[in-house]
Design a protein around this ligand. Structure first.
Ligand code: SF4
Ligand code: SF4
Length: 393
């Protein structure tokens, strides 16, 4: 196992994500199977386990804590996260942060967390995290002083400018940051900008979605073939994991493993084989380009001034482009955070944007299609099909 230094400790480069455990027919966690997976991972050198309040409807924390109990407390690092999405910023009646935190210690059966994150800092949750009446961040800082949190960080799905502003408002508070990072999101979802900002600030990066929910583990055959020419034995997933490992500021790469075979494959990747060469690293970035469908918006913003609905057209098109690659949680979350009159569904189809657009982009069609997809009236496949048909016109 490769280990990365974080302050005075060594963390396994592979972290065990506890959100996709195998389940039984009644949807409860298959504890017997997870116990075997944990044993195998620990034997293979994994020492970082990442759970959270909502995983497996609240049961991941319980099972993770219970199964780790047989190992000495100082032989593994346990991470969980604060669920600010349970709060309503600016409203009375929110629970005190201690209600969740104390319960989490109890559920995991521990008296401290090695790593604790503000969960899913995003446009939707930032108001709750920063609401002085609720006081989440000061409470967590206090728990750190008391030694009940050893290291405080946050996981983030916010757009880059909002993540940057969040960090600027809380200097010196967060020691690490977990972001969605893979060779496709490097340019598709601002992962490059986020990684570079964190590196500049001296904050180590924890990675989630290194294989993008499995999408990068099963590339179209023509693309897989290009990779097999260079490494005949390597799977597509292995390429994606190695690409993330090539980034020097990445400390822990999480994998939400669901069966023994995945644990074995990840351990093999981490324990055997060579790092990617620069040529291989760049090849994956090229492959990412061919995985993308996109509308060629240059973000010139010529269309924005005249929009009667005052929509942020280039920002919505950027989300649409990400959607064309995959119907993704972050996109829907970002859309939910916008007021209804600023979403694609607010477009009235006047067409002034298209008239002025130097790229001749048919914005009203895009807004209509995107709005239908977000409302569940069109599937991702239908949207892609229509998009591809447009290109042929
Ligand atoms: S077509 Fe839609 S996006 Fe374009 S200017 Fe009119 S309202 Fe705004
Ligand atoms: S005018 Fe066209 S290219 Fe420029 S921001 Fe608007 S849609 Fe994008």
């Amino acid at each position: 196992m490769k280990y990365n230094k974080f302050q005075d400790i060594e963390l396994s480069a592979l972290g065990f994500g506890c959100m996709r455990f195998p389940v039984l027919e009644d949807k409860s966690i298959d504890e017997e199977q997870v116990a075997k997976m944990f044993d195998l991972a620990i034997e293979g050198g994994v020492n970082y386990f990442d759970t959270a309040w909502p995983y497996h409807e609240g049961n991941s924390e319980i099972v993770t804590g219970k199964l780790l109990k047989k190992y000495p407390r100082d032989s593994y690092y346990l991470a969980t996260k604060f669920p600010a999405f349970q709060y309503k910023a600016g409203e009375p009646g929110n629970p005190h942060p201690s209600e969740f935190f104390e319960k989490q210690l109890e559920k995991c059966g521990v008296d401290y967390f090695d790593f604790y994150l503000c969960h899913n800092v995003s446009e939707k949750t930032i108001p709750a995290f920063e609401d002085p009446e609720i006081g989440i961040i000061p409470y967590l800082v206090e728990q750190k002083k008391l030694g009940r949190i050893k290291h405080l960080g946050f996981s983030c799905h916010a757009q880059f400018p909002n993540m940057k502003a969040f960090l600027e408002r809380h200097p010196g508070v967060f020691e690490f940051c977990q972001i969605q990072l893979n060779y496709l999101d490097w340019t598709l979802q601002e992962a490059k900008e986020k990684y570079e900002l964190l590196t500049e600030l001296g904050i180590p990066v924890w990675v989630m979605e290194g294989i993008r929910g499995g999408r990068l583990a099963a590339l179209p055959e023509a693309l897989s073939k290009k990779l097999r020419v260079l490494r005949p034995e390597a799977s597509d997933a292995e390429w994606a994991i190695r690409w993330v490992q090539s980034l020097p500021n990445v400390c822990v790469q999480l994998s939400g493993m669901s069966n023994i075979a995945q644990v074995e494959e990840n351990l093999k990747t981490m324990n055997e084989g060579d790092d990617l060469t620069q040529e291989e690293f760049d090849l994956l970035l090229e492959i990412a380009e061919s995985l993308k469908r996109s509308v060629p918006c240059t973000k010139c913003r010529y269309c924005c001034d005249g929009c009667p609905m005052e929509l942020d057209i280039p920002a919505l098109i950027a989300q649409y482009n990400a959607f064309l690659t995959q119907d993704d949680f972050s996109i829907r979350q970002y859309m939910d955070s916008l007021p209804e009159d600023k979403r694609p569904s607010a477009c009235i189809g006047c067409g002034q944007c298209t008239d002025i657009c130097p790229q001749n982009i048919n914005v009203p069609d895009i807004m209509e299609r995107f709005a239908a997809a977000l409302a569940g009236e069109k599937t991702w496949e239908q949207v892609c099909k229509e998009h591809d048909a447009d290109l042929k016109k």
